[in-house]
Design a protein around this ligand. Structure first.
Ligand code: PLP
Length: 367
């Protein structure tokens, strides 16, 4: 860590170290496998990694052609942070957002006729058209291409055409059908003389499938180093490590209860530490009495209920732990690592949710 970052961290009891080399490694690793243009997804504050800083790193990479956000507001924030790469807004365009799109030069994904007309009538220069091939969230239906062409032709530039996978991690048959369906749409569009610069379908889990007619991929979780499915075969490394400080260390007598609700009772005399990281920092309360942190390569068990700002851990037998020491909440600690996937499965959710829940109070630092 640079000295200036250390100074920035003064007064912070928790922070998330975002490993630049690992981020770059992941993008290069994926690009060398798929050999397509990369649309790096930096929505939700880059899955909790800090959108501005992450985008600065990503826009410097040759393979990254677009940054993708969920909303116009997220796009505006990138521009205000000095990001000048192309920015695609995945969540579409709403009437009240039109000015933001034009002032900040953002490109909307357009997925119905209202949005298409809105873009045309407000002189948005280019759009990416989204088709619904099975997600049933956003997207035109394949049969609407005729009418899209009628409305759009000569009035707006269709720079991209896309669809999205709901189950690439679990359902190859369904996913394969989507690839076929999307291929037909692309062919049909070609017949109308529409050859978009970007054709993109695959998300991270979708990278395990072939899409020969696609020339770009839209990926998030894999660039942050988490496998989107068990079978994911591209080597990636966890980018973010979440750290917090020990506030106090003390003894607990046999039979004493810990934290709200007293859900933990000491089976014997023990030593405990209070760590400055709670559910307001993004630690799932579901980890109460279940999860663990790392301290110098050793697992320290969470005991009692996780509270808003603090969590109590069992440090019995650890001689060297003291106030102001750093523990690892998620991520790398020397040779050991707590993976987002591991935390997620303890809480019955997915690593995406754990990542983007790490809250604003946790200072992000690039290391
Ligand atoms: C979030 C998102 C992605 C990225 O998905 P990952 O599984 O993180 O790779 C791609 N496309 C769309 C439309 C998305 O909303």
């Amino acid at each position: 860590m640079k000295t200036e970052d250390k100074i920035h961290l003064k007064g912070f009891r928790s922070w998330a170290e975002v490993d630049k080399d690992r981020l770059v490694h992941n993008v290069k690793s994926i690009h060398s496998r798929v050999n397509k243009d990369i649309f790096a997804v930096v929505k939700a504050d880059a899955y909790g990694h800090g959108a501005a800083e992450v985008s600065k790193i990503l826009q410097g990479l040759k393979s990254v052609r677009y940054l993708c956000v969920a909303t116009a507001e997220e796009g505006r924030e990138l521009r205000e942070a000095g990001i000048n790469s192309d920015v695609l807004v995945l969540g579409g365009i709403l009437p009240e957002e039109v000015d933001i799109f034009s002032s900040y030069n953002l490109v909307p994904v357009v997925s119905d006729f209202d949005q298409l007309r809105l873009a045309i009538n407000n002189r948005i220069k280019k759009v990416h058209l989204k088709f619904d091939t099975g997600m049933h969230r956003l997207g035109f239906y394949p049969g609407q291409l005729d009418e899209i062409i009628k409305i759009a032709s000569g009035r707006i530039h269709i720079e991209g055409i896309m669809s999205h996978f709901p189950s690439a991690d679990t359902d190859p048959e369904y996913t394969q059908k989507q690839i076929t369906a999307f291929g037909k749409i692309v062919k049909q569009a070609e017949k109308y003389g529409i050859k978009p610069r970007y054709i993109h379908l695959q998300n991270s889990a979708g990278l395990e499938y072939r899409c020969d007619f696609c020339n770009s991929v839209r990926i998030g979780i894999s660039i942050y180093g988490e496998k989107p499915s068990k079978s994911f075969s591209i080597p990636v490394k966890t980018v973010m490590s979440v750290k917090a400080k020990v506030i106090t260390v003390k003894q607990l007598k046999k039979g004493e209860r810990v934290s709200y609700g007293g859900t933990f009772r000491a089976p014997a005399d023990m030593k405990i530490a209070v760590v400055a990281f709670g559910y307001a920092d993004g630690l799932p309360r579901a980890l109460s009495n279940r999860g663990y942190f790392l301290f110098k390569d050793r697992k320290i068990r969470i005991i009692g209920n996780v509270t808003m700002d603090m969590t109590i851990v069992d440090v019995t037998g650890l001689e060297d732990i003291k106030p102001d020491d750093t523990v690892t909440v998620i991520g790398r600690d020397r040779e050991k690592e707590i993976y987002f996937e591991e935390v997620a499965s303890l809480c019955n959710t997915i690593p995406y949710e754990i990542m983007c829940r790490i809250s604003k109070r946790v200072k992000r630092v690039i290391v």
